[in-house]
Design a protein around this ligand. Structure first.
Ligand code: UTP
Length: 228
């Protein structure tokens, strides 16, 4: 199976703890050894937020802040590449083409951000679409898609399954709601909808959950189902 996994920066490197990155690399490696074709997209996490916060106070504009964010996602990508040893393409792929070429060579591409004004959620969806992935997994700090932000609303309920069109509507409503944290962003939701790629959103704090989701189809989270 061809799988693109999006690993949130807050899951991979919340504290730059090497064991956590090594555990993720081991999970990716075990899927690789099981014969799956893999690509990884890595987010910026709290380090990106700290840089962006400092630069915003210094007067940087939004595109400059995005560029800082992209730089941090690529630093995190380098951590995963270091932990993957020779199996990963190095340096981090800076375009979808570079990532796809790495897959065609038989390497594991690791991407961070690509262009300003989006997040790595959208990168993962676009890359999955570009390489015709069978499965897109979002390993995030939330265990799925809820009808409201579970951190703000105690009555929020999780969807076990969600058609892609409904995901777009739910995320659009959440993004209107200032301060609310959507598990994937709207652009990503729209790419998932148009591509029809089977997508899973799960709590990725334990990387073994990623392995189980790919190997056994078992996960505690939300499955986004293609329409039609
Ligand atoms: P993330 O993908 O980690 O953003 O990229 P996020 O979703 O806000 O982080 P989490 O999931 O909550 O941890 C970090 C920042 O890098 C820039 C954006 O500013 C983003 O907020 N970025 C990332 C881009 O501008 N373009 C990209 O393609 C990716």
């Amino acid at each position: 199976m061809k799988v693109v996994v999006s690993v949130g920066g807050s899951v991979l490197a919340p504290d730059l703890e090497p064991d956590r990155v090594a555990d993720y690399a081991a999970a990716v490696q075990s899927l690789d050894e099981a014969g799956h074709t893999l690509g990884a997209v890595v987010g910026g996490g709290p380090t990106a937020r700290e840089y962006i916060g400092t630069a915003r106070e210094l007067g940087a504009n939004e595109i400059e802040l995005d560029q800082l964010g992209i730089a941090v996602t690529r630093l995190n990508a380098r951590l995963l590449i270091a932990a993957l040893g020779g199996r990963a393409a190095s340096p981090p792929a800076e375009s979808y083409d570079e990532g796809r070429q790495a897959i065609r060579r038989g390497d594991i591409p690791v991407l961070g951000g690509i262009v300003a004004a989006q997040t790595t959620d959208a990168v993962a969806a676009a890359f999955a679409e570009y390489v015709d992935a069978d499965l897109l997994v979002y390993a995030t700090s939330v265990d799925g898609v809820y009808d409201a932000d579970p951190k703000q609303d105690g009555d929020a309920t999780r969807f076990d399954q969600l058609p892609a069109g409904e995901l777009v509507d739910i995320i659009a409503d959440m993004e209107m709601d200032a301060g609310s944290n959507a598990p994937v962003d709207l652009l990503a939701a729209k790419v998932i909808q148009r591509s029809g790629i089977r997508t899973v959103v799960l709590d990725g704090t334990d990387p073994n959950r990623l392995v189980r989701a790919v190997e056994d189809g078992e996960f505690d989270g939300t499955e986004i189902t293609p329409e039609g």
